[in-house]
Design a protein around this ligand. Structure first.
Ligand code: BES
Ligand code: ZN
Length: 659
């Protein structure tokens, strides 16, 4: 069952506009109140919130960054929509230090921070004010509006997992500190006291104070120029008027500058990086056009990006109007730009329509990976798209092979029996892509595209579930065509493990030449022709390295490196595959470079597997430990958590929020 909240606050604003002027209202405007889902499948077991009783509809942050204490503190003013009989609201917290909670007038409200639950944090229960917000007389009976406003005074803990505070040495410029946040999945509760669940959408606004000369960006629209305040600080103001899941609230600050790319897009980066960054993301406007042509309007206004320092633990994060990117994708030839297409595609799949629970990961990431490939096809052509699809397909087959086709972590919808975060990456990203490619090919591209476009459109700014996705597909594309239903195998894809037999295979022609060269190397030891290697696309080079035999001798590795110049490559995806092959074969000469690679970047996708490779041999174990002792403190909590587990790092338990 779904609760429809039909009330829009817009009529109220128009009323205001009639007697005052709407324009100056920009920072105090509450957008549409988004619905929540109440079906069993939509249930999020990672939040303490009880949104059917009371839920947050808007957040207003007024915060100051403290780079010495490594904390952000101030007030969060929350608009709450509560059932008439509700007397309290439950928020999510993880380590927040709450000093006071009041109503708007400053009257104290009772609050309680409950017991900490490992991984989830603690519930913050607040007694709702007796005084309700005034409802506008124009509202019809039964219409819903936010009913209460509460003010929370707090500061984040120094070890807050959402925030990474970088020393100047961790930046390109080396002179100024840097901070960025990573909310997804459930980290934002370490710096924002709200209901941290993807199904509870909220509009927000923020005023953030930061020391000069740092610039602040957020995943909201900046309001005017920063305003100077006391003590060489400046205030930056942001607004997000579309209701978003709170994991999408993001912040970064550093010595960064902006470069315009086109009418809708631009990029932020440190001055040392801005030129190569702007060059690399130069196809962004074209990608936005492709996205719109494929699956409908871009509804967020601007699409800007920030290139973060290499400590950022992910490749990218789709924070609305401000995608966060690792600098490690910059290769000089735009060959890793699938990443940009991916984060942009989330503007539809993930940010516009969002999974209601973490168990539906594929609805965000799988749909986005499919969408990414379609953008790549439009912008870079069919050949490149087919190659990238083939890499994805191989990743899926390899992944299933490794963990077993009956492993519950290979089901796209995470089964109840396992943690929502235990579904394998390849089952979310690659199986999701292959699933949608399969459906596309059975249904026909034209029909499927029209369906997907209306799916985004009719659930814009709303939470969705696997069940809703399948029901809509059945209703609009299958009807009572039993034959078609059988061919599609929808339930098998979404709820079943392993790889359904109707999977749309990668085109064997995509890598015909490379696969031939890989076979020649594996069978006869013949190295590829150097000129051919240089002419290969990055995807082709990656394919060759992925097809290398598992066991390689020092002589073979030395010959591969000297002939193909692997350790010299400017593409980090290629370099990573080389280092992984070298380290898992105990190849000493690669260690210094691996060590530099692992010390200068915190991207989990690169760092974690290299530690795993080292940890698998007696030769590598002490090397891994030596490197980690140096690098651990520079890694993000996410990467640190993964490597801690791999290396069974002592004292790893409970370090997440140590201060
Ligand atoms: N939203 C994800 C990153 C994420 C997922 C963070 C789950 C936390 C929890 C982002 O869009 C993503 O998928 N990034 C990939 C990009 C790649 C698939 C092109 C990455 O960082 O590697
Ligand atoms: Zn993604």
């Amino acid at each position: 069952m779904r609760i429809h909240v039909s009330f829009l606050i817009l009529p109220f604003l128009f009323l205001l506009a009639g007697c005052g002027g709407l324009v100056s209202q920009d920072t105090d405007q509450r957008g549409e109140i988004a619905p929540i889902l109440t079906s069993e499948e939509a249930f999020d077991d990672q939040t303490f919130a009880k949104p059917q009783e009371a839920r947050v509809t808007h957040i207003d942050l007024d915060m100051a960054m403290d780079f010495d204490a490594k904390t952000i503190g101030g007030t969060a003013t929350l608009d709450v929509l509560a059932a008439d009989e509700a007397s309290e609201i439950i928020l999510d917290s993880n380590g927040l230090r709450v000093s006071a909670v009041t109503d708007e007038a400053g009257n104290a409200l009772t609050f309680d921070l409950g017991e900490t639950v490992e991984g989830k944090g603690e519930p913050l229960t607040i007694q709702l004010p007796v005084q309700k917000l005034e409802r506008d007389a124009e509202l019809a009976e039964g219409e819903l509006a936010s009913t209460h406003r509460i003010v929370i005074e707090y500061v984040s803990a120094p070890g807050a997992e959402a925030l990474q505070w970088l020393s100047p040495e961790q930046t390109a410029g080396g002179e100024h500190p840097f901070i960025f946040s990573q909310g997804q999945a459930i980290n934002n509760r370490t710096w924002i006291p709200t209901q941290d669940s993807p199904g509870i959408r909220q509009t927000w606004q923020a005023t953030i104070s930061a020391p000069e000369p740092l610039n602040v960006v957020m995943s909201g629209v900046i309001q005017g120029d920063p305003e100077p305040e006391d003590g060489n600080r400046r205030d930056f103001r942001f607004v997000m008027n579309n209701p978003v899941p709170p994991y999408l609230i993001a912040i970064a600050a550093g010595n960064i500058e902006f470069r315009e790319l086109g009418p809708r897009s631009g990029v932020w980066a440190e001055p040392e990086v801005i030129e190569s960054a702007a060059q690399e993301v130069g196809d962004t406007e074209e990608m936005i056009d492709a996205g719109i042509a494929l699956f409908g309007d871009y509804r967020w206004g601007r699409y800007d990006m920030i290139i973060l320092p290499p400590a950022f633990p992910y490749g990218g994060m789709e924070n609305p109007v401000m995608t966060f990117l690792t600098p490690t994708f910059i290769a000089g030839d735009r060959s890793n730009n699938g990443l940009v297409a991916h984060e942009l595609a989330h503007s539809w799949s993930g940010n516009l329509t969002t999974y209601s629970s973490w168990r539906d990961g594929w609805l965000n990431e799988g749909v986005t990976s499919y969408f990414e490939n379609r953008i790549v096809e439009e912008v870079y052509g069919k050949e490149r798209a087919e190659q990238e699809y083939a890499l994805s397909y191989a990743g899926l087959v390899g992944g299933i092979d490794e963990v077993g086709a009956d492993n519950p972590g290979t089901a796209m919808r995470t089964p109840d029996a396992i943690s929502p975060f235990d579904t394998k990456g390849f089952a979310i990203y690659d199986k999701g892509t292959v699933f949608l490619r399969t459906v596309e090919n059975i249904i026909g591209r034209e029909k499927f595209d029209a369906w997907l476009t209306q799916w985004f459109d009719s659930h814009a700014f709303e939470p969705v579930t696997s069940e809703m996705f399948l029901a809509d597909l059945r209703k609009k594309l299958i009807g009572d065509d039993a034959e078609l239903e059988k061919r599609l195998m929808l339930d098998k894809w979404v709820y079943g493990t392993g790889l359904p037999e109707n999977a749309w295979k990668a085109d064997p022609q995509a890598f015909a030449e490379v696969d031939g060269a890989a076979a020649a190397y594996a069978n006869e030891g013949t190295l590829p022709n150097v000129d051919a290697w240089r002419d290969w696309t990055a995807a082709e080079q990656r394919r060759f390295l992925e097809e290398l035999p598992q066991d390689l001798s020092d002589e073979q590795l030395a010959a591969l490196d000297t002939t193909l110049g692997l350790s010299q490559t400017g593409n980090n995806e290629v370099l990573f595959l080389w280092l992984e092959a070298a380290l898992s074969n105990e190849y000493g000469p690669a260690v210094p470079q691996a060590e530099r690679f692992m010390a200068t970047m915190g991207r989990n996708k690169f760092v974690s597997p290299l530690f795993t490779a080292l940890n698998e041999t007696d030769w590598g174990k002490p090397i891994a430990r030596r490197i980690y002792a140096e690098t651990r403190s520079s890694y993000h909590a996410y990467t640190r958590g993964n490597v801690d587990k791999t290396l069974q790092y002592e004292g790893s338990a409970g370090t997440a929020l140590s201060d």
